[in-house]
Design a protein around this ligand. Structure first.
Ligand code: AVJ
Length: 320
């Protein structure tokens, strides 16, 4: 038998990158949305980050998925409709497919080309898998092309991507996924844990400077795509754990007083002034359970590694 592949294009409107970047740079405290990190080069740099010795989350989560995939499948249920928002290269789901045996795997991603390449390769590796790929922007409300599937429904959201949202937005996102899949659906979600600040700081300040490159690449992209003239040498990477907000903050700090032009507009920077480029929130197991509870989920099970660096949760949406 061979995999069955279906594709639905919900035609996500192209983001208005220019308007969003100008709005971010016009604020009193300048900021840029982290979603723009991921052009081709940015995606390659992120892949390189996940292999750095200091960046523990990816390999730790993979270890948890490999070790407990069977139990995860017992809780989520086989023959489920399995939705993955922001599936990207669909790498981590490979670790669970053997155990989960979903009726349908439904990856949802905004990048049409990346999605099509990824599902083609997945279909080659998993002979009997039914794949229904959906091109959509999962960060905006969307309806899934759900057929008359009476079976279990589940979502997979690995990588601590939830950490890019502030807790309020994170709660809204969790709630939206729950409402999309319905009462009784499960959510398998990877969440990075609060830990020693020195280890967190090292993970975002690697010795080889790959994270610095990843951060600075945002300016390179803005230069290329929005006709700007950021001097990449005139901004330095800064990342630190903000313990009162429980988040890693990434910034690009201007090393001098300078002006930058972007499509005819000018932006002034004072020496030391920063552009806030990313937040990566960290949670305790209890803290994440509280957030999930506010979003309407019950905690069913949590798996962590032996050093309590990372957690994977199974949550059930709705009461009873
Ligand atoms: C993809 C958002 C989970 O926050 O750790 C890695 C992104 N930024 N190094 C993270 C990131 C800098 C990553 N997430």
């Amino acid at each position: 038998m061979s995999a069955r592949l279906l594709f639905t294009d919900l035609h996500p409107p192209p983001a208005d990158m220019r308007a969003e970047i100008i709005a971010g740079l016009s604020r009193l405290r300048k900021q840029l949305p982290p979603k723009y990190f991921y052009d081709r080069r940015g995606s390659q740099l992120f892949d390189a980050i996940t292999e750095l010795p200091e960046y523990y989350p990816t390999r730790t989560e993979i270890g948890i998925l490999e070790r407990h995939g069977g139990e995860m499948a017992d809780l989520v249920g086989r023959e489920a409709l399995l939705v993955e928002p922001g599936s990207g290269s669909s790498y981590k789901i490979r670790l669970l497919l053997q155990a989960l045996k979903p009726a349908v795997y439904m990856p949802v991603d905004i990048s049409r080309e990346h999605l099509l390449e990824s599902v083609a390769s997945l279909a080659e590796s998993f002979d009997e898998l039914e794949i229904h790929a959906v091109c959509a922007d999962y960060s905006a409300p969307f309806a899934l092309p759900l057929g008359v599937n009476g079976g279990a429904r589940a979502a997979f959201f690995p990588g601590s991507s939830i950490g890019n949202f502030d807790p309020d937005r994170g709660r809204q996102f969790l709630e939206r996924i729950g409402n999309l899949l319905g009462t009784g659906s499960r959510l398998l979600i990877g969440v990075d844990l609060i830990k020693d600040a020195s280890m967190l700081n090292a993970a975002y300040n690697d010795a080889r400077g790959v994270t610095a490159d990843f951060n600075t690449n945002l300016l390179r992209r803005v230069n290329r795509e929005l006709d700007a003239d950021f001097d990449l040498e005139a901004f330095r990477h800064e990342a630190y754990y903000n313990s009162s907000e429980k988040r890693i903050e990434m910034h690009l700090v201007s090393i001098a007083d300078q002006q930058v032009s972007l499509g005819g507009k000018r932006f002034s920077f004072r020496a030391g002034e920063s552009i806030h480029t990313e937040n990566s929130y960290k949670y305790s197991v209890d803290g994440f359970h509280a957030l999930a509870g506010e979003a309407g989920y019950q905690a069913e099970r949590v798996w962590t590694d032996a050093d309590d660096l990372f957690s994977v949760h199974c949550l059930r949406f709705g009461s009873g």
